[in-house]
Design a protein around this ligand. Structure first.
Ligand SMILES: Nc1ncnc2c1ncn2[C@@H]1O[C@H](COP(=O)(O)OP(=O)(O)OP(=O)(O)O)[C@@H](O)[C@H]1O
Length: 733
């Protein structure tokens, strides 16, 4: 095999966050993480966080801390009550400055501080001076630990995704329960009022008593209404906050999911994530109220016993009957719900795939086959929905019948007791009213149980998603080694895609020196793109190792690795938005000069300059308002903006015409004079001219590796390259 050892030296150090600006909170967090044994970079701190500013804000500090393996605990504390073990912590000063408190000596009356951006020099202040300026607000940090007590790095959040969020609103739910208790007690007012009117007011013509009772009951009704509004509003507000926090966690997790564990169908996956609607609906809806009301049935039964004695047995006996009916329908109902959920996920996948690829569907006249798939799926899910509705109807009619039966039972039994003088007429009417309160939540029980089951089913699906491994493994500590040179080494790499039958790469070994420009050639499906995916850490080898700067890619935090290794894939998928937004997707605060420079190199300038909207030109969903070549240029620009140390370009000019390609090559040549290691996977001879060295792949195995001219010579000898290709035309290498 031909070998090449190019030993160009790097010229400067690549920044990990392109448009890094002074960020005191991030600097403080880095310092504190280092004290706790975690070495983190800006890329790691910012990984997966919403970027609404180019500096870290207090609102997302907790999530940034979790990215660093820490738990942030904001608290109001006097300096005297801060335990030394809680140091270092961040203290907020009255002038809004954030400082790191590293120590204090109460006896000596001194305080030791660090300004986050100038960590070299410690500041010493007297305790009195510090207290004058201290706002009283501090943020403490402790290592996040998992259930077994092991230190754990989690993605932006700690604790169980659902329960830790819900339990953080426990005070609100206690208030809801208290309000429910009062509402249920107040519900006794009307029946008791009616009973007293019939039994005492009417026989004695006691009009003043009537008014006293009426005022009392009206007041109780007013309280009841106020409490109901308050309870509904607490559920609303707590539910909305929980909903926001949960939705944020779910989306962050979906974005961070390990590629190897990624579900096969994006449409189904998206539908599963939509299951959250059911959970959201439950925690913010009247079903929760019905469930709480169910717990107060005992109060009404007890009062019924006091008022009408044995008649209370009638509604009491109805409880197990209604519960029995509700439970009886649960099994077939839940089966139908699960089936309809499954079918709706499949339907959603068909819908997403068809609408997203409408051009292709039409071009292939594939409407009929998509329509057939759609109609089959609709039929399957509507069958399940119908079955579900049938069982819900059975439950509804069954409980309705029991309710009517209870009313008649109370009247008949009550009349016997009235004639034997055991109860009064008023008591019987009150009993009728109270039995309504017993049966109202019971009548809803089948519905509530169905909603609960639906919610639990959705919760289970979401829980499975949230338990799917993310690419940043909990318990892992990544090294804080900056990628400075950009050397790439594959050491005996085997790789098989998840679920694939065969290895896509077999025993691949090569070494690329910093700053080298290497061409990767080989027939279709020989594994060129796979090498790019492994180099950028989208996947990791099944066997062997990929080393960047001499370090295994698995040792780098994925965010750090990808900040330094740019991978231009063949797909060139853009996001809805402007050209500017797409180029700066990885760094929303990049300055215009940097943006224009990469746009020039990638060829974006060529078409943007001629458009009146310039960089504000909308690209459409997936970039469909742009041509293939224009999309490719934007995709290249957004990779270049990150100033990666290693750049893997997968067919960077496949959509360009010859003239554009020639200009692109000239600009890339000029750009490559910088200290970037470049790997170009291509079928085009013109791009091969850019390289110093060529590696050829054949069915996932490395075939040749050496200086470009020697490899091309060898290929020619082997008959794979003909003279015309050497002359510079495209080649099917
Ligand atoms: N996500 C995937 N899951 C399973 N197998 C895959 C996946 N992606 C690629 N492969 C398989 O891996 C092998 C190598 O694919 P790769 O995309 O690396 O080839 P390539 O040399 O880049 O091809 P091309 O020149 O067409 O871009 C192929 O056999 C392909 O079928």
């Amino acid at each position: 095999m031909l070998q090449n050892t190019n030993d160009k030296k790097p010229k400067s150090e690549a920044p990990t966050k392109p448009s890094a600006s002074p960020d005191p909170l991030a600097a403080a967090l880095k310092y504190i993480a280092r004290v706790h044994g975690y070495h983190v970079t800006d890329s790691v701190i910012w990984s997966g966080l919403p970027q609404t500013s180019n500096t870290l804000g207090i609102g997302i500090l907790g999530r940034a801390a979790a990215n660093c393996g820490l738990k942030a605990l904001p608290d109001r504390k006097d300096i005297g009550s801060i335990p030394p073990a809680a140091l270092p912590c961040i203290v907020a000063m009255k002038n809004s400055e954030m400082l790191i408190l590293t120590g204090f000596d109460k006896e000596a009356g001194t305080v030791e501080l660090l300004a986050p951006l100038v960590q070299a020099a410690k500041l010493h202040q007297s305790l009195a001076e510090f207290e004058d300026n201290y706002s009283g607000y501090a943020i403490f940090f402790q290592p996040a630990v998992d259930s077994s007590g092991k230190s754990e790095r989690v993605l932006g959040f700690d604790g169980h995704w659902f329960w830790s969020t819900i339990t953080s609103y426990w005070r609100d739910y206690v208030h809801v329960a208290l309000a429910a208790l009062l509402i249920n007690l107040l519900a006794l007012a009307s029946p008791l009022f009616t009973m007293n009117v019939y039994d005492r007011v009417v026989p004695n013509n006691a009009i003043p008593t009537l008014w006293a009772l009426a005022i009392g009951v009206i007041l109780s009704l007013v309280f009841d209404a106020i409490l109901k509004i308050a309870r509904g509003q607490i559920i609303n507000v707590a539910g909305k906050q929980a909903d926001n926090a949960l939705a944020s966690k779910i989306f962050a997790h979906a974005l961070a999911i390990d590629f190897e564990k990624r579900p096969a169908s994006s449409g189904q996956f998206a539908n599963h994530i939509r299951e959250f609607e059911n959970v959201r609906e439950f925690i913010t809806s009247s079903s929760l109220v019905s469930l709480i009301d169910l717990m107060f049935i005992g109060i009404f039964i007890a009062v019924l016993f006091l008022l009408v004695g044995s008649v209370a047995v009638v509604p009491l006996a109805a409880i197990p009957v209604v519960l029995g009916i509700s439970l009886f329908v649960q099994a077939p109902l839940s089966g139908a719900i699960e089936k309809s959920h499954k079918e709706s996920a499949i339907r959603h996948a068909i819908l997403v795939e068809s609408i997203a690829n409408l051009d292709t569907v039409r071009a292939l006249n594939a409407e009929s086959s998509m329509q057939t798939k759609w109609e089959r799926s609709v039929a399957a899910s509507s069958g399940a929905i119908m079955k579900g509705r049938f069982w819900a109807l059975i439950a509804q009619s069954g409980t309705g019948f029991v309710q009517a039966f209870v009313s008649i039972g109370i009247v008949v039994w009550g009349v016997y007791l009235i004639s034997s003088g055991d109860i009064t007429m008023g008591a019987l009417i009150a009993a009728m009213m109270l039995s309504g309160r017993v049966l109202a939540p019971l009548a809803n029980v089948a519905n509530t149980l169905t909603r609960l089951r639906q919610t639990l089913h959705s919760y289970k699906i979401l829980n499975d998603i949230m338990n799917t491994e993310t690419e940043r493994k909990p318990g892992r500590t990544y090294i804080n080694k900056r990628i400075t040179s950009g050397s790439v080494e594959f050491k005996g790499v085997d790789f098989r895609y998840p679920g694939a039958e065969d290895d896509s790469l077999k025993n691949i070994s090569f070494k690329i020196a910093p700053g080298e420009t290497v061409g990767l050639i080989g027939r279709v499906g020989s594994g060129k793109s796979t090498i790019g995916r492994l180099t950028s850490g989208l996947y990791y080898p099944s066997d062997g190792a990929v080393l960047i700067d001499g370090t295994d890619t698995r040792q780098f935090d994925p965010a750090d690795l990808r900040a330094n290794v740019g991978f231009l894939s063949q797909d060139n998928v853009l996001f809805s938005g402007t050209v500017r937004e797409n180029i700066s997707a990885g760094d929303p605060f990049a300055d215009d000069d940097a943006l224009i420079e990469v746009a020039r190199i990638a060829g974006v300038e060529e078409f943007v300059a001629q458009n009146p909207l310039g960089y504000d030109l909308q690209v459409g969903e997936g970039g469909r308002f742009l041509s293939g070549g224009q999309k490719q240029s934007v995709a290249l620009a957004r990779i270049l903006l990150r100033k990666p140390r290693v750049l893997f370009l997968d067919e960077p000019s496949s959509h360009q015409d010859l003239a554009s390609e020639r200009r692109l090559i000239a600009r890339l040549k000029e750009h490559n004079r910088a200290d970037t290691t470049v790997i170009i996977s291509t079928h085009r001879m013109s791009l091969v001219e850019l390289t110093d060295r060529l590696i050829t792949l054949d069915y996932g195995k490395l075939a040749l590796d050496g200086p470009r001219k020697e490899v091309l010579q060898k290929l020619q000898e082997l008959g794979a390259v003909n003279a015309s290709q050497q002359a510079g035309k495209d080649a099917a290498l």
